[in-house]
Write a protein that binds this ligand. Structure first.
Ligand code: ADP
Ligand code: ZN
Length: 616
């Protein structure tokens, strides 16, 4: 079969997306490739179609290296649904089950084998690959989530370093590495670690136009989150990221108390509970997963409608990867983050206190600064995000700053007053935290101020024209640009830095948001974008008979998914059900050509779908 036939008949899709075709042609012909594509871009087909084509040409098996043990079952299940011979090998299999897979592997019975990275250091597994290789039956290596090889990536997996064995031992076997992380540093690291210098680079646009970005100032984080979900996302599936395990637990139970179906996920939970919660998130509709960053890699649930960050991530790669889990189905979705002074202080402290070398820490600080720049931005968030990944773009019209341009005020004068105050108290021989510095600036004669004689400072009260909120904004921005350091070793006292000088001299201006409108106001002003909210509602408007068919199809799909122990979207996507409901097919011919219905699915489910059609 040609690659177009495979796309059509196996996967049921009419056309390749973006660079898929070029990538697939290159790999089918035996070339090495490094594929950088955003989440939801369609990376899987880039190695699945070559695997099928090369197997059909007698070249043998494709080994997919993936760190996602908990998801391999579903990934392989999805291929089975499409009629592709696939298996996985990882620590969750019993000895007997693994032995059976190994026997089939050696017989050349499998087209795609998913394996955890630790396998490639396992002599027994390597001996099996050797045997296949000698017989010319080792066709391709696909290295999924390739950023895991890099220490700069946010989920570095030491086992990935062992993947060098693939080219050292099987130099003639083509390799395709794929990732959704694309900053230059990580990319260079992947190339070097996996020795992909000669591989062709396929770099897609990283834009996710259907995701709307919003970053709000943290006032009462949990209340803000509650408002966001209850006003905009009741009944939707979503992910809420928090910094700590305790916070995950607290927020999950708070959401449940408010009638929002939420589950916790973090590395401290028993593995069984974790897996059960993940399964429930994937298999049921409208669940909110409250999680640490331990959750989400490889989660291919297409209908996640929002990703919320209650605490700030470490860098833009992390933020983009996490928010990228929203809206894989291309329907509108939201990325929401709330952040405040404490986030900035915490993240800086974590870097300062880490045992890493100075050079490495400088790298981390640079990455944090870029994220702070994004959070403080008063212009288009998407332009900033894409710029970070080396892409130029125009204001998007689909982020908070584009939809509701914030009023800005020039905070340069306030910034200089704040820095002078830090300078003066230091000259008097002390270092103080944010509260005390603000008190001096605003002219408050607290006990601490009078005891230390700080009301005699020339800066006492010179900031009384500014509100506390304004001054906090100024301070946050100064910390963000590195013009103030927070000394974690000394009670979070504020220190001047080399960068303070430029601000003091007036060489750097400080632009700040004048005020933050409340989520309720935003909601009222929100333009256009609507999405499916309540369970059972189709993602696009259907007329009444079609809606009835859609509801019936959904119920039928739910039963099939349960029987097969797979998430519903593996059987058919919502979009495929909508297309069926609209077409109201009466014969198998009518079903043919609907996106998402390949030959195997038509054969397996065609008749049942037609029965559902006549039953409503
Ligand atoms: P990624 O791994 O890049 O995040 P996936 O491979 O999971 O993305 O693909 C995202 C979704 O897009 C999947 O549901 C997939 O079936 C669908 N998809 C991929 N390629 C195509 C295509 N050419 N036409 C239609 N749908 C596609
Ligand atoms: Zn924008």
């Amino acid at each position: 079969m040609s690659i177009h036939q495979i796309l059509q008949e196996v996967f049921g899709y009419g056309a390749f997306r973006g660079p898929q075709q070029a990538i697939i042609e290159h790999v089918v012909a035996g070339g090495d490739a490094l594929v950088l594509m955003p989440t939801g871009g369609g990376k899987s087909l880039c190695y699945q179609i070559p695997a099928i084509a090369r197997e059909q040409a007698g070249q043998g098996i494709t080994v997919v290296i993936s760190p996602l043990i908990a998801l391999m079952h579903d990934q392989v299940g999805a291929l089975h649904e499409a009629g592709v011979s696939a298996e996985f090998l990882n620590s969750t299999l019993s000895f007997e089950a693994a032995s059976q897979v190994e026997r089939r592997l050696l017989r050349g019975d499998i087209t795609l084998l998913y394996a955890a990275p630790e396998r490639v250091t396992n002599p027994r597994f390597l001996a099996q690959l050797d045997s296949l290789h000698e017989r010319g039956k080792l066709s391709l290596f696909a290295i999924d989530e390739a950023h895991c090889v890099s220490q700069w990536g946010h989920d570095f997996r030491p086992e990935y370093r062992a993947l060098t064995v693939l080219h050292e031992r099987y130099g003639s076997v083509p390799r395709i590495a794929l990732t959704a992380t694309a900053d230059a540093l990580t990319r260079a690291d992947i190339v070097e670690r996996l020795q992909l210098q000669d591989a062709r680079l396929f770099l897609s646009s990283f834009d996710r136009p259907n995701i709307s970005y919003t970053i709000v100032e943290k006032t009462q984080a949990t209340q803000q989150l509650l408002r966001f979900i209850s006003q905009e996302h009741m009944g939707d599936a979503g992910i809420v990221y928090c910094q700590s395990r305790k916070r995950v637990e607290d927020i999950a139970s708070l959401l449940c108390d408010e009638g929002i179906a939420a589950l916790p996920y973090h590395a401290g939970l028993d593995a069984k509970v974790r897996q059960a919660n993940q399964d429930q998130f994937l298999r049921s509709e409208g669940i909110v997963m409250v999680a640490t960053i331990a959750f989400g890699m490889g989660i291919d649930k297409p209908d996640v409608r929002f990703v919320a960050h209650l605490d700030m991530p470490k860098n833009i790669e992390g933020y983009y990867q996490e928010t990228g889990r929203a809206g894989r189905d291309g329907q509108s979705a939201q990325a929401w983050m709330c952040y405040g002074l404490q986030d900035v202080v915490n993240q800086r402290r974590m870097i300062d206190e880490s045992p890493a070398g100075e050079e490495f820490k400088a790298g981390l600080r640079g990455k944090l600064d870029a994220l702070l720049g994004l959070a403080e931005a008063t212009d288009c968030r998407r332009v900033r995000l894409l710029h970070y990944f080396g892409e130029a773009s125009q204001p998007c019209g689909n982020c908070d700053n584009c939809l509701h341009p914030p009023a800005v005020w020039d905070g340069t004068d306030a910034a200089r007053k704040l820095l002078s105050t830090i300078y003066r108290v230091q000259q008097m021989g002390g270092s103080y935290g944010a509260v005390h510095i603000m008190d001096i600036l605003r002219g408050k004669s607290t006990d601490k101020v009078t005891q230390r004689g700080h009301e005699t400072l020339s800066t006492f009260g010179i900031g009384s024209a500014f509100s506390e909120v304004q001054l906090r904004g100024v301070l946050r921005q100064l910390i963000a640009i590195g013009a103030v350091a927070v000394d974690a070793q000394a009670f979070n006292t504020l220190q001047l830095t080399d960068a303070s000088r430029a601000v003091l001299k007036g060489e750097v201006t400080v632009q700040l948001r004048a005020s933050v409108s409340s989520p309720a106001e935003r909601k009222a002003k929100r333009s256009g974008a609507t999405h499916a909210s309540s369970i059972g509602k189709a993602p696009i408007a259907l007329d009444v008979p079609a809606q009835t068919r859609y509801t019936a199809l959904k119920a039928w799909r739910g039963e099939v998914a349960k029987e097969h122990n797979l998430p519903a979207y593996v059987i058919f996507h919502d979009a495929t059900l909508v297309a069926i409901a609209e077409r109201a097919p009466l014969s198998l011919d009518d079903l043919q050509g609907i996106s998402g219905i390949g030959a195997k699915k038509l054969e397996a489910y065609g008749e049942e779908v037609l029965r559902v059609m006549v039953s409503v």
